[in-house]
Design a protein around this ligand. Sequence first.
Ligand code: SAM
Length: 238
Amino acid sequence: MPMPHSSWAEVYDRAYNQVYGNVYTRLTSLTVGQVKTELPPPASIVDFGAGTGRLSIPLTELGYSVTAVEPCPEMLVQLKGKPGGTKITTVTCSMQDFVTVAKFDIALCVFTVILYLRDEATLDASIAAAAAALCPGGLLFLDIPSRAVFQGHSISVGDLRREISVVPKNENLYSYKERITIIESGKTITRTDEFEIKYWDERLVFMALEKNGFRLKKDLSEVFLGTGSKYLLLEKAR
Ligand SMILES: C[S@@+](CC[C@H](N)C(=O)[O-])C[C@H]1O[C@@H](n2cnc3c(N)ncnc32)[C@H](O)[C@@H]1O
């Protein structure tokens, strides 16, 4: 079965940059800034669900040593192809399957990555993998999207159109469908994707975090107001 994003990885950056423009760029600067404030470079970072490197690339440029963990190979091809991309260690696997001998100072699991974890066993295994990857006192940045994020919409900007439908399958599981159309030199390029996403009640997430030895260091949600997600900074027990 194809991975979420594999069908449109090569237009993923364009879709986000063109549609969300400055808001998207500001969110990236804000996230990178928060990481830098907590622990300036040099330090080691594992970026879970790194995608095309929205965060991995600028963090590497700042002098962090970054490992990008991402299950979709096509997304990692995009990351590797960017300037600075070859300096990043890439691991093609899901967060829940990540195993490492080297320990990291910081783990990132942000920009809705948690939505792709579709049951409690996978959530627990993913948080356990983050805990195992961190050194004692290591930091985890995690966002928990609110229900407001689970809404379909259509938007056109210039030659690009995104049509997103989000339909509930049961109380917390949703079917996510995306259709991207780009008109380029008179040709129409269309990409479609379909996968399940899950709304996570933050109490369940906190239970998994506590069980795996994390404590809340800071609630950063005020800093990320308007994103539709709760942003948390957690610390692994020393
Ligand atoms: C919306 S993108 C966010 C990318 C990146 N974190 C960012 O901040 O731009 C979500 C990413 O999570 C990845 N993903 C899906 N399931 C995953 C899993 N089980 N473990 C880790 N990443 C996963 C997807 O392939 C996708 O690249």
